[in-house]
Design a protein around this ligand. Sequence first.
Ligand code: ASN
Length: 319
Amino acid sequence: METVNQSDKYISKEIEMTIRHLSDEKVRHAIIVQGYIRQYVSDFLRLKGYIEISPIIISPLTDPLNHPVYDPMIHAYGGDMWITKSMIFHKQIAVQELKKIFIMSPNIRLEEEKRAETGRHLYEFTQIDIEALEKSREDMMDLAEDLIIYTIGRIKKEHPEELKYFHRELPDYKKPFDKITYLDAEKKYGKDFERKLSLEAKSPVWLIDIPLKEREFYDREYPDKPGILRDMDLIYPEGYQEASSGGEREFELSKILERIHKKGQTEDQFKWFIELAKHGIKLSTGFGIGIERFTRFVCGVEKIEDVSPFPKIPGKISL
Ligand code: ASN
């Protein structure tokens, strides 16, 4: 009965590469570490009183982002919907009632092909998205520092064998992390400041006070520093670059409308969010930490595809 048709044995290059990728020891260990990161981050946030909510995949309301991505619209039930690019608005809405929330949130951002080579971009990824009501940027920076220190601390303590596999020695980072404003970083390091700042840093470092044109409309402008936002990005050391982005959110209707118009966006796109702002929302602050990037940093691997079982590299259709 050894009559297997040759054509049945044929496997495409894509399947062959997927199998090879999944059987790579390095990928296997990175996936294991990623599981611990999810577990420890969740433990930490629950200990701090944060409620986990389930992710949203499709909605008429999603993050407009501040950089170009391909953006397919789904037309159904007589309306338009998008696949989640981030749950920023859902966070702002849910937090009004639930006060402290987090989501393991899958995001789809169909990045331009040129981002294939960065080692940091996947067009499907998951972020730990966190938001709290009536907390300041400083409160949330403090929380983020504790979260990073707690998670890395537990991996070091409970799974040293995984770090040993990667020959990775991570120091015990101390709070508070250093801060630098966006404009100072640009002055000191030039255009490529994020990479240079990251390469020079020995510990995670905050990039704060980002100019309005560099960010989406929803992050809050300083009331007394026009054009500068009360937001914060966390940068990993050793050249791993962005860990997290976040900020205080605009909550006053007039400011939200002003900022939407300044970006040249239409009110129609955000009509449900605007309705809610009319009804009245309070200040909230939050941030998101990419799980794959966190794993890449903890394991000390160069390419983000090595921490994902089914990596989606910009420009390439993958399983
Ligand atoms: N999660 C980010 C935040 O909280 C937003 C984003 O991913 N674009 O600010």
